[in-house]
Design a protein around this ligand. Structure first.
Ligand SMILES: Cc1cc2nc3c(=O)[nH]c(=O)nc-3n(C[C@H](O)[C@H](O)[C@H](O)COP(=O)(O)OP(=O)(O)OC[C@H]3O[C@@H](n4cnc5c(N)ncnc54)[C@H](O)[C@@H]3O)c2cc1C
Length: 389
């Protein structure tokens, strides 16, 4: 067992950290307060290959491994979790499924503009009536000659208002209820209309949009993989995507720890630094331990994925633990800063707001437990309907 990152992995980690410290950290508070999507940032990430970190060079990516991509997400999220989710959805939820399930023609047509960062990607599964129970989605795709005509709506789509390419799920077989009648399409911005921009608790530098698909016409060349295989594509995509959300949670928790540790050195009460009190020492010790545990779970899941080994339960465990840890430990960071932690003078209140979503998207914590239980109990745990996003 080798716990060392390779030279290449350390290189991309250092490169991302440098860029984050120069371009993201100084602006993150202002983007959060003004709810601004930093359009100008993504070409800079693209220049360094970070919009396609784990995409092969022949398709316009940087050709790094999946763990390198996870390190990129961790570093970006440490600076600004909104930037982290923008890149996560763009890469593991949009570019990777096209690369994995696309034909040669689809891969060479759709992947390079995404991997080079010329376009942003979005993953459109959720609808107003179908979240965890993604198999009950109602958007339909009907065949008319050589085309599909797609009609429906999608809710809370990250990058929805900025994306050029959408991986979108629709029901192609209305007679088949549930997961089996769903197919996956690669659509472009002209196929969808943004109907609403969501107001959120956090992640204010990312966009979360509702979409209408109003009789969009898509040629057969836009069907990803086979008809009726959409749900499997969604689940396989989320298996990997969850490792990215674990990295996002890890980055947020690390950022909160960094601030809390510095503060414990500086703040004095009762004539002593608060870090001299055992109560504060124990909080920092717990934070450091839990962050370490989350990091090991996350890197292991990433390694399994890049080795082509099963990683469904391991990814779910990483996301479950890292997200709950981030929510817990960002709250503890506020506690260490006392009243200052609750104010906007320090960024820990932002970290606390940003951490919460990691327990919800790409499968809630309840759904992660279901996935893990199924890996333990097999059919016995399958009384529940087929669920998970
Ligand atoms: C900021 C943001 C960004 C998002 N980005 C995207 C995106 O880019 N693309 C996309 O497709 N979606 C996106 N989503 C949607 C997200 O994936 C869903 O919100 C999530 O899957 C949960 O679905 P839901 O909100 O409908 O909750 P519900 O499914 O309605 O769940 C409500 C509660 O019931 C629990 N529950 C549900 N089913 C079960 C069960 N079987 N067993 C136990 N408990 C259960 C849940 O855990 C939760 O606590 C985003 C959401 C947000 C808020």
């Amino acid at each position: 067992m080798d716990f060392e990152l390779t030279a290449d992995q350390r290189g991309i980690q250092g490169l991302t950290r440098e860029l984050a410290e120069a371009e993201i950290v100084p602006n993150a508070t202002s983007w959060d307060r003004s709810h601004r999507f930093p359009d100008e940032l993504y070409p800079k990430l693209a220049e360094l290959g970070l919009m396609g970190a784990c995409i092969p060079e022949e398709y316009g990516g940087a050709g790094a491994d999946f763990l390198s991509y996870i390190l990129v997400l961790e570093e970006l999220s440490r600076a600004d979790a909104g930037v982290g989710v923008t890149v996560a959805v763009h890469t593991s939820a949009t570019t990777l499924p096209i690369l994995t399930f696309g034909t040669d023609e689809q891969k060479s047509r759709f992947v390079p503009p995404l991997a080079r960062g010329e376009q942003l990607g979005a993953f459109a599964l959720t609808e107003s009536g179908s979240g965890s129970d993604a198999g009950s989605l109602r958007t339909v795709a009907e065949q008319e000659g050589e085309e599909w005509v797609i009609t429906g709506s999608k809710q809370w789509i990250t990058n929805g208002s900025r994306a050029g390419t959408f991986v979108l799920f629709a029901r192609t077989d209305p007679a088949t209820a549930g997961a089996r009648g769903i197919s996956c399409f690669v659509l472009s911005a002209e196929h969808v209309r943004v109907t609403r921009e969501e107001e959120k608790l956090g992640l204010n530098s990312s966009t979360t949009s509702d979409l209408a698909i109003e009789g969009a016409r898509a040629g057969r060349d836009r069907l990803l993989h086979e008809e009726g295989r959409g749900f499997r594509i969604a689940m396989a995509t989320l298996d990997g995507g969850r490792i990215g959300i674990a990295a996002q949670a890890l980055g947020i928790a690390q950022a909160a720890y960094d601030v809390a540790r510095r503060y414990a050195h500086e703040r004095e009460q009762f004539g002593r630094r608060i870090g001299d009190f055992q109560a504060i020492q124990w909080k920092l010790a717990d934070m450091a331990t839990e962050i370490d545990a989350a990091r090991l779970l996350t890197y292991r899941a990433a390694w399994l994925k890049q080795e082509g080994r099963p990683h469904t339960a391991e990814g779910a465990k990483a996301k479950l633990y890292a997200s709950e840890m981030a929510r817990r430990q960002t709250a503890e960071a506020i506690q260490i800063l006392g009243g200052y932690g609750y104010t906007k003078e320090f960024p820990v209140e932002r970290f606390y707001r940003d951490a919460k979503i990691t327990e919800i998207y790409e499968g809630t914590s309840e759904i992660q437990r279901l996935v893990i239980a199924r890996s333990i109990l097999g059919r016995q745990a399958r009384e529940e309907p087929v669920v998970q996003t």
